[in-house]
Each structure stands twice: as C-alpha cells, then as structure tokens.
Write a protein that binds this ligand. Structure first.
Ligand SMILES: [Zn+2]
Length: 237
C-alpha cells in the first residue's frame, strides 16, 4: 500500500501539472465574449442552459484541462447565439475562393480511421491559399485543440457551427468574439493536425445545433455550397 506521503506528493504533482496546463491553455486561447457593441438579435438564446456534463473519469491532467476548456466555451454559447440572426443560410460561400465547388470530390461520410466517418468536405489547394468565411457570424473559437489541428470555428445564423481546420495560419488580427461576413479572411490552407501526411487542404465541417443536448450534429454542406453568393436583391426574391 502506498504511504500517505507518496500519495500526497503524487497529488501535489498532479495539481502542479494541472496548473501548468491551465496556464498554457488560458494564455494561449482563452475564450472571449462577443464584441459588446453587437445587438441581441435572437433573445431566446440568452437563457440557454446546457445539461451539465461530467468530467472524464481517467482524471489525467490533460484530459481534465481539455474538458474544462470545452466547458468554458459552452458557458458563453448562449451569449454568442443570441447575437446571431435566427434564419439559417440557404447558400454557403465556397470557403477557398480559388477553387470551384464542382472541383470538390464528395467525401462526406466516407470511412476514416478509428471507425469515424468524415464529417465534412475537403477542399484541396496549395499551402497558404486564403480561406474565407462561408457565412456571416461570430468567431467562437480559434484553437489547436482539435484533431484537425489549427482551426477556426464560426457560429452562424440559426445556431449553425462552421468548422475550418488544418490551417497553416490564422488571418492576421482575427480574434474570438469578432463578427465576420461571408468572404472575410479566416486563415490559410495547410495540413495541420491529422492531415500531416496528406496534401494541404481545408476541412470544412457544418453542424446544426440541438438545444436539448447542447450538441452539434454534422450534415453535408456540399449541396448548399456556391462559388458566389447571390446578390442581396436576388436572395430576397
Ligand atoms: Zn476532412
């Protein structure tokens, strides 16, 4: 049986590791609130309360910190969603404008390692090619914590989530809480994260929000993707 002293020192090490990891996360990519000047467009979301999720049982510092980081983002989700229009976008601007939608090889739901399926579309382009937002919305998270590595997550109208990953770099000056329009530069094509052994591409994922579980569910964005958005007067007819 381990002595009390060894248990105490193991616990102390765990705490020190946890504090170190927390400092790294908070100084790296702490979540921000949306720009306070933005009006509340969908007040119903302000009172969003998500079911409490339980921390991972394994209890290692890294997974605990990751859990807490996700929780901090969930805590401000309603504040974000309330500042977005209610109506979802019917057309999504091609997020790599130098590539045509017709050039995308449809790989939505294709099998991936670990029994996963491909929850998005890949747009292949040379490293450093600009990536723009497919919709208006709020930059919710900029972080490298995802399987896809360096990523930008935008929340768009109707509580949809747009996920841009494997980025080589973020657009200069882009920050969480910022309003972006369709066509705003988000970053540059790369092969970060689990795309390290594939040619550079943008992974573009789109998710609908389920307010009961507070989870986002992927759907295939390809049928909604367009090379150019219709002019506002066309869209309103
Ligand atoms: Zn992909």
């Amino acid at each position: 049986m381990p002595s009390l002293a060894s248990l105490t020192s193991a616990y102390a090490r765990h705490v020190v590791l946890a504090i170190g990891a927390l400092a790294a996360l908070t100084t790296g990519h702490a979540q921000s609130l949306p720009d306070p000047s933005l009006p509340v467009l969908t007040p119903a979301w302000e009172t969003l309360s998500c079911p409490v999720r339980t921390a991972p049982e394994t209890g290692d510092a890294a997974s605990l910190m990751a859990f807490e980081q996700r929780q901090r983002y969930r805590d401000v989700l309603g504040t974000y969603l309330a500042r977005l229009p209610e109506q979802v976008d019917m057309a999504l601007l091609m997020p790599v404008p130098s590539v045509r939608v017709a050039q995308i090889a449809d790989t939505y739901a294709a099998a991936r390692d670990g029994g996963r399926s491909h929850e998005g579309q890949d747009v292949f382009a040379p490293r450093g090619t600009p990536v723009v937002s497919a919709t208006a919305g709020l930059v919710y998270e900029m972080s490298g914590r995802f399987r896809g590595g360096r990523s930008v997550m935008v929340l768009g109208p109707g509580a949809r989530r747009y996920f841009y990953t494997h980025l080589e770099a973020y657009a200069e000056g882009l920050r969480e809480g910022q309003w972006v329009e369709a066509g705003t530069l988000l970053g540059y094509v790369g092969n970060d994260g689990n795309a390290a052994t594939t040619p550079p591409h943008l992974h573009f994922g789109v998710y609908d929000f389920d307010p009961t579980s507070c989870r986002f569910r992927a759907f295939d964005p390809l049928p909604l993707m367009v090379d150019r958005l219709p002019a506002p007067d066309e869209a309103s007819r």
